[in-house]
Design a protein around this ligand. Structure first.
Ligand code: PHE
Length: 351
């Protein structure tokens, strides 16, 4: 008797359920079968009165019926859902049409210029080195011969962390402070402590200085540090390397000049200027593009290298500076505002 009823329910569901075409009707019908007072539920309640020896067979029959009903319900709800989706999409959908053209993103203009510069130096034998953006005073200042009273060490000029902070992957001496690196020159020290000469590296990365933003200043910006240390490295090597860089970047007829300057970690120190007739409007106007010089013997001393044996040169290029010239951008703040109308003007040639 139970079996007969089960068969009845199963065939009823098979016949009736596929006609349901919306979720509300489906839910109502489903509850008449498997809801608390549903037909199937009522039958299951009868199991208690079934003689013991018939129970296994009854159990099996109920399970089969349940499975069959469940399969039918799943098919029906799937087709209802598909119809709902079609309703949302409109009737004119043609699934055979190709998908709309995907718009490819591209590298940020600053990243593009960084990659160009790094690529240029890697072709002449410079490897890429990395440091950390959070630095200790030792790497950022002390080891670079920057004295305690230097303005960059003033609380007002750099971003210092509270004295109590500690960062697991940047070891500090007990009495020094962490700060956001003010230049990539800290990577010089990290590299010199880890590797033996000959060393030829470029270290691109983000730097931070407390500054009021204007068209040419930003509190965060990017540099590429260069360092070459070996026996008998001379000023001629520095000049030739940087001349090569300038001509590759700004055009073959670009001219350079070194102006005496001062950095605590290079001696002698220079600012390098260039002008390039190839740049049209900018021709005949000297533009300062980087600081550079020969590694100061005090730096060798702080990393345990003998300055009678080794010599070297270092330079620090401001990426934004170069990018602004190459890309004709007159306000540095454009680079950080994430305005898609600005970024789209610099499609990546490699992407
Ligand atoms: N670190 C210097 C700066 O940020 C630039 C520099 C790097 C100068 C290497 C000389 C040598 O201004």
């Amino acid at each position: 008797m139970i079996k007969g009823k089960l068969d009845e329910i199963v065939s009823e569901v098979k016949e009736y359920a596929p006609n349901l075409n919306n979720r509300a009707d489906f839910d109502v019908y489903k509850s008449t079968i498997s809801g608390p007072k549903g037909k199937l539920t009522e039958i299951m309640k009868l199991m208690g009165s079934v003689p013991k020896e018939e129970k296994p067979e009854m159990g099996k029959a109920i399970n089969l019926a349940k499975q069959s009903i469940q399969d039918t319900f799943s098919k029906v709800i799937k087709s209802i859902e598909e119809n709902e989706l079609l309703g949302q999409l409109g009737s004119s959908i043609d699934p055979t049409l190709p998908s709309p053209e995907l718009e490819k993103g591209h590298l940020h203009p600053i990243s593009q210029v960084r990659d160009t510069i790094v690529g240029l130096f890697s072709r002449i034998g410079f490897a890429v080195a990395e440091g950390t953006e959070l630095e200790t005073e030792y790497y950022c200042f002390d080891a670079l011969n920057i004295p305690a009273d230097h303005p960059a060490r003033d609380m007002q000029d750099s971003y210092f962390m509270p004295k109590t902070s500690s960062v697991s992957n940047v070891a500090k001496k007990s009495d020094e402070r962490y700060l956001l690196r003010t230049h990539t020159s800290s990577v010089q020290i990290r590299t010199l402590l880890e590797e033996k000469p000959p060393i030829r590296i470029v270290a691109p990365g983000r730097c931070f200085r407390r500054d009021t933003p204007d068209a040419t200043h930003s509190a965060n910006f990017h540099q590429i540090e260069g360092l070459y240390v070996d026996r008998k490295v001379t000023l001629t090597d520095l000049k030739a390397t940087l001349d090569h860089f300038v001509r590759e970047i700004f055009g073959v007829s670009a001219k350079t000049r070194l102006r005496p300057s001062f950095f605590p970690f290079t001696e002698p120190s220079f600012e390098m200027d260039f002008y390039s007739p190839d740049l049209g409007k900018l021709s005949n106007q000297w533009i300062e593009i980087m600081g550079c010089g020969m590694v100061d013997p005090k730096v060798f001393e702080s990393v345990g290298l003998d300055s009678d044996i080794y010599s070297g040169f270092a330079f620090g290029i401001g990426i934004e500076r170069i990018a602004m010239i190459l890309q004709g951008v007159d306000d540095i703040r454009n680079y950080y505002q994430n305005d898609i109308r600005f970024l789209r003007q610099f499609p990546d040639s490699i992407a």
